[in-house]
Design a protein around this ligand. Structure first.
Ligand code: DON
Length: 332
């Protein structure tokens, strides 16, 4: 038996990343199960058939297939990046005094708190993400949204903007999130004010991105905070490590265990239809397909990630480390 983990790439040399992504796109595109999110009325208006995949390596290779350049709202994928920024701005100790890092096993909008600490379970569910937005408002005041947009844009490599129609649509209908914010305030976990905090939270969720943007943002996390295509630093190194850890354990909500088992890369989904996966030190991968399963995760996105993880050997605990073997065989 060959002891080298790099000895047996699953995909023969020359069978490049682009080919694998293309094949994955073709195999996953026929599944039209799932439904658009409609609890934010504006989200029910998008074209359900859109499907795109993009991948960006830390060496700067860019691959995109299908509707990878169609814009959609980032939604909950923003939670991962906002957590990363809050760690930098408010400091690890303060952030962890307000929000845990434990998977909840509950839906993203569940009204549950850690019974011992009173904190939201983690920053990937709404209660935790609202707490994180509150910390950004507490530390940055009225500048918080510009700060978030600047850093998200640095990670994407282009100027990003808020979709005002989606923002308004969520703000006008978000009775549950408003309820969560009031409960957090009554517990002393949220101190920046319900309105200012939710204004930032809804706007950060309404930032327009494409799968290509998200893949670049993922590659920036994979590249420990520096956008590999522009050389700009978007995130602090320590914060990236913490963010990837929480994405790995909590990023797919009550599907996080299954995802870690099957796909095995840190990831975050959003009800806009995006899924972002990060292969540490190697790749950012993003899918866009707005039909969601019952947990709020994109159906074709999950199928595509399963396939990519298998084909490229991306699972963090893959014994043959085939993904690394393939990527290094391709000279990236
Ligand atoms: O808080 C909400 O309901 C949305 N702005 C974000 C939710 C979301 O994307 C959940 N993800 N699957």
């Amino acid at each position: 038996m060959d002891a080298s983990p790099h000895a047996a790439p699953a995909v023969p040399a020359g069978y490049g990343l682009e080919t694998v992504v293309r094949h994955t796109y073709e195999r996953s595109r026929t599944d039209i199960s799932g439904a658009l999110a409609d609890y934010i009325p504006e989200l029910a208006l998008v074209d359900p058939d859109r499907f795109g995949i993009a991948a960006v390596s830390v060496e700067g290779e860019v691959v995109s297939v299908g509707d990878a350049d169609v814009a959609f709202t980032i939604q909950s994928i923003s939670k991962a990046f906002a957590f990363c920024l809050a760690l930098e701005v408010a400091g690890r100790e303060k952030v962890l005094s307000r929000v845990g890092v434990e998977p909840s096993g509950d839906a993203f909008n569940a009204i549950v708190f850690d019974a011992k600490t009173n904190r939201p379970f983690n920053p990937m569910v709404n209660a935790g993400a609202i707490t994180v937005s509150g910390l950004l408002v507490e530390h940055l005041g009225a500048e918080a949204l510009e700060f978030v947009l600047d850093r998200f844009s640095a990670a994407a490599g282009r100027r990003l903007a808020v979709d005002e129609a989606v923002f308004r649509s969520e703000a006008e209908t978000a009775h549950r999130n408003r309820g969560i914010a009031h409960l957090l305030t009554s517990a002393g976990t949220l101190t920046a004010g319900v309105d200012a905090t939710l204004d930032l939270y809804f706007r950060q969720c309404s930032i327009l991105v494409t799968a290509s943007d998200l893949a670049r943002m993922g590659a920036t996390l994979a590249n420990i905070g520096e956008n590999p295509l522009t050389g700009t630093t978007a995130f602090a190194v320590d914060a990236v490590r913490a963010t990837l850890a929480v994405m790995f354990t909590c990023g797919m909500y009550n599907f996080a265990g299954n995802w870690a088992f099957d796909v095995g890369v840190p990831a975050k989904s959003g009800v806009g239809g995006g899924i972002l996966g990060v292969v540490n030190r190697q790749l950012g991968i993003a899918t866009y397909s707005p039909r969601l399963d019952g947990r709020g995760n994109s159906v074709r996105g999950i199928a595509a990630f399963r396939e990519l993880a298998e084909e490229l050997g991306l699972h963090v605990f893959d014994p043959t480390n085939r993904g690394s073997a393939m990527l290094s065989a391709l000279g990236r």
